[in-house]
Structures are given as structure tokens and as C-alpha cells.
Design a protein. Structure first.
Length: 148
């Protein structure tokens, strides 16, 4: 993100808090901030300094980049967490998505530094339209990867 969008940062703080199953009061206690500050941060009406963001990231067990960077486009399908829809499954899904987004950012950084050189994708040249074609595609890939 080129300029900080405090509404987006606040939304990520709120979702991370919900994923950790914390109330605003509990997060406030973990970060030595007032509950009203947490509420204003989540609403996007209060800016954070670097130390506050660091304390929030630590309390929410998230990298700081999670709050500062939008999720990669491949991850944007996720429905935002809300108090009334936060189940164990959605909370776990949010944490997994957050970890994957961090890994994607790290992989892109390694590629941009020239440290990581991914191999091109292998594409099966025919259409797979049934079980026989799937077996043929699997055999093609085994041959291509020399996995006999």
C-alpha cells in the first residue's frame, strides 16, 4: 500500500482480534492501551505509531506486515470476520490465510532479489475430461518428472 489506509489497518486489527477470540478489553490489557483506543483503531479513526503497532502485532501473534499490506489478490476471496460470524472454523481459516499471505509476500521478495528462481509450471497438453484422461495425465506427469 503506497499510503497508509487507517480504515484497512483497523479492519485487519479487528479481524485478527476476532481470530484470537479476544474482546477489545482483553486486547487493550495485552497492549497497555485503553479499550476506547482499540475501538478507535478498529474504526480507522485513530492512527498508530510504530510501537503501538508492534505491541498489537505481538499481542495478536501476527507479523506487522499483516496490518500494513493488503492480502495478495489470490487471497482476496475471504469474507471478513465479524463478531456474529466468527466461528472456530472461520477463525482458523483467517489465521491460515494470514500465514499464507505472509509466505506469498516473502516468496515475492526472494524472487525480486533474485534469490529464488521458481521452475515454470508444467501444463498437461490435453483436456482431462474423465477417469481415463486423468490416468493418462498422471502418467504424463510421472514421465515428465522421471518418477517411475
Amino acid at each position: 500500500m503506497s499510503t497508509l489506509d487507517w480504515n484497512e489497518i483497523g479492519e485487519r486489527v479487528r479481524e485478527a482480534r476476532l481470530a484470537m477470540r479476544l474482546s477489545q478489553e482483553q486486547l487493550a490489557q495485552r497492549t497497555d492501551l485503553d479499550r476506547t483506543m482499540i475501538s478507535k483503531i478498529e474504526a480507522g479513526s485513530r492512527r498508530l505509531d510504530a510501537l503501538e503497532l508492534s505491541r498489537l502485532a505481538r499481542a495478536l501473534d501476527m507479523p506487522i506486515g499483516h496490518f500494513l499490506n493488503a492480502p495478495p489478490a489470490v487471497m482476496s476471496h475471504r469474507t471478513p470476520l465479524a463478531e456474529d460470524t466468527a466461528t472456530g472454523a472461520t477463525q482458523a481459516s483467517y489465521r491460515i490465510d494470514s500465514a499464507l499471505a505472509a509466505w506469498i509476500r516473502e516468496i515475492r521478495m526472494l524472487m525480486s532479489l533474485g534469490t529464488l528462481h521458481p521452475k515454470p509450471l508444467r501444463r498437461y497438453p490435453a483436456e482431462i475430461d474423465g477417469p481415463a484422461a486423468a490416468v493418462e495425465a498422471a502418467n504424463w506427469l510421472r514421465d515428465d518428472l522421471v518418477l517411475q
